[in-house]
Design a protein around this ligand. Structure first.
Ligand SMILES: C[S@@+](CC[C@H](N)C(=O)[O-])C[C@H]1O[C@@H](n2cnc3c(N)ncnc32)[C@H](O)[C@@H]1O
Length: 182
C-alpha cells in the first residue's frame, strides 16, 4: 500500500527550532502524552509518524521510556513488518498523524494492531473553530489542515476496531487512549 500522499507532506517543526508559543504548546502536549504512558504503566513507546522526534526529546528529559519510532516520510521499511515486532507491553503512539493518511491505510493499521491487542494513544486535532484561531497565530498553519481527515472521520475509523477509554482535552486537540475491541 502506498503510504505517502504527496499533496500534503506536513511535519511538525523540531521543538528546538520553533517559536516560543508553539514550543510551549508542543511541550505541554508531549509531557501530557508521556504522563499518560506512565499512568498506564507502559515502559516502551512506539512513536508512529515521529517527524523530528520531538516526543523522544521530551522523553529523554523526563521519563526516559524505551523509545522506538517510525516515520513514513523517512523510513522505507514495510510498516506491517515493523509493527509485527512490537508486543503488547509497548504502547503505539501517533500524534497528529492519522489526519494525513488514507482511510484504508489507517483501517489496516488499526486492524493489525487490534489483533495484537496493542493499546494506542493518539493526538487528534479538533475541528474548524480551533484551527481558525491558530491560523491567526501561526503563518502557514492553515495548510496543515487542507485536505486532511476531520476529527470525526478519524474517530469513526478508530471506533471500528478500538474502544475509546479516555479522552484528555488539550484545547486544540484531544489525547485519546484506546484499547482493542474483543
Ligand atoms: C504534523 S507531523 C507530526 C510529527 C510528530 N508526531 C510530532 O508530534 O511531532 C505529521 C506526521 O504525519 C506523517 N505525514 C505527514 N504528511 C504525510 C503524508 N503526506 N503522507 C504520509 N504521512 C504523512 C509524517 O509521519 C509526519 O511526521
Amino acid at each position: 500500500m502506498n503510504f505517502i500522499n504527496k499533496k500534503k507532506l506536513i511535519v511538525t517543526p523540531s521543538i528546538n527550532e520553533t517559536n516560543i508559543v508553539f514550543k510551549y504548546i508542543l511541550k505541554n502536549l508531549y509531557k501530557n502524552v508521556l504522563k499518560k504512558v506512565k499512568e498506564k504503566n507502559f515502559l516502551k513507546i512506539f512513536d508512529f509518524g515521529s517527524g523530528y522526534q520531538n516526543l523522544k526529546t521530551i522523553n529523554s528529559e523526563t521519563y526516559n521510556f524505551e523509545y522506538v519510532d517510525f516515520d513514513p516520510l523517512r523510513n522505507k521499511e514495510n510498516i506491517f513488518e515493523v509493527l509485527e515486532k512490537i508486543d503488547n507491553k509497548t504502547i503505539f503512539v501517533a500524534l497528529n498523524v492519522f489526519m494525513y493518511l488514507e482511510k484504508d491505510l489507517i483501517s489496516e493499521i488499526l486492524l493489525f494492531l487490534s489483533k495484537k491487542k496493542i493499546k494506542i494513544l493518539l493526538n487528534i486535532s479538533k475541528d474548524y473553530f480551533f484551527k481558525k484561531q491558530l491560523f491567526f497565530i501561526f503563518r502557514n498553519y492553515k495548510k496543515n489542515f487542507e485536505n486532511t481527515l476531520t476529527y470525526e472521520e478519524q474517530c469513526d475509523l478508530i471506533k471500528k476496531r478500538y474502544n475509546i477509554i479516555e479522552k484528555e482535552n488539550m484545547f486544540f486537540s484531544d489525547i485519546i487512549f484506546c484499547e482493542a475491541k474483543i
